[in-house]
Design a protein around this ligand. Structure first.
Ligand code: CP
Length: 310
């Protein structure tokens, strides 16, 4: 791998200063989208999605199109030669000849890391199994910074499938680097945060508690990050059915929440937030999807080394 190529495999590939810059560029994109309309002219983004996606793939594609570039790719393993047995390594060595930058999602943890060692174009991890989802984290950080006006000194409740929820793992890794963040980890016993993530919290000296009752946690939260129970990562249907509706956020459960609570969800949601919550001004999850496009535009520019002047 060339030293000059920057990839985004884990959120830790970006320094806090770089994340701040991406947030600033995303904020400028929100105010002055026309300034960026030709920034990626003649550049091509490949989206290689070996797993289903709505937001991540389409926001990446929309981001590149809004930067004046073009897109190619596939939306399922079945429509690529992976269905014929091609390896990730061979796919990436091929697509690296067609595109300037690649966003890939894969069910196997570590697949984007393997890919990054097989090409000279930047690789973006768009989700690898139950591991990490760094561009969702950039989306979440932009949302929190806009809604709360800060990225430090707050209590974040993470609720649902903390075992398989890659968005939770990446968000914890990112926020551990900011001052004064406390965590309330709300999950059924079987879906607790994995031990390697607990170790990271301990090593960082972070204040955290693990509980099962969402309503007990509610009054102290500044951010509530709901997650879906990840059906596709369960080994048996019976366990999924037993756990899937453990947490359903309703307007009643928000009665003792802070007035400026920020309710987030990476989406897709299944049942874990009632649609009756959608009209609550504290519901930020569709606003998150707007942030996702803008921060991915900023990321594409950054990884391609393109600066847009005033
Ligand atoms: N948040 C997220 O990753 O959504 P998709 O699975 O629809 O891309």
């Amino acid at each position: 791998m060339s030293k000059d190529i920057r990839n985004l495999i884990s959120i830790l590939d970006l320094s806090i200063e770089e994340i701040d810059k991406l947030i600033n560029v995303a904020n400028d994109i929100e105010k002055n989208p026309e300034k960026y309309a030709e920034a990626c002219r003649h550049k091509q983004l490949a989206t290689l999605f070996f797993e289903p996606s709505t937001r991540t793939r389409l926001s990446f594609e929309s981001a590149m199109l809004s930067l004046g570039g073009s897109v190619l790719g596939f939306s399922s393993a079945n429509s690529s030669s992976a269905a014929k047995g091609e390896s990730v390594s061979d796919t990436i060595q091929t697509v690296g000849n067609y595109a300037d930058i690649i966003a890939m999602r894969h069910p196997k943890e570590g697949a984007p890391f393997v890919a990054a060692n097989r090409t000279q174009v930047p690789i973006i991890n768009a989700g690898d199994g139950g591991h990490f989802h760094p561009t969702q984290t950039l989306t979440d950080l932009l949302t929190i910074s806009r809604k709360k006006g800060r990225l430090k000194d707050m209590t974040i409740g993470l609720c649902g499938d903390l075992k398989f929820g890659r968005t939770v793992h990446s968000l914890i890794e990112a926020t551990l680097r900011y001052e004064g963040i406390k965590y309330v980890l709300i999950s059924p016993e079987e879906l607790r945060l994995p031990e390697y993530m607990i170790d990271k919290l301990k090593e960082a000296g972070a204040e955290f508690e693990e509980i099962t009752d969402l309503e007990v946690a509610m009054p102290k939260l500044d951010v509530l990050y709901m997650t879906r129970i990840q059906k596709e990562r369960f080994f048996n249907e019976e366990d999924y059915v037993r756990l899937k509706d453990t947490y359903i956020l309703t307007p009643e459960k928000l009665n003792n929440a802070k007035e400026d609570l920020c309710i987030m969800h990476p989406l897709p949601r299944v049942n874990e937030i009632s649609v009756k919550v959608d009209d609550d001004p504290r519901a930020c999850y569709f606003y998150q999807t707007r942030c996702g496009k803008q921060v991915r535009m900023a990321l594409i520019l950054f990884l391609l080394g393109i600066k847009v002047e005033d």
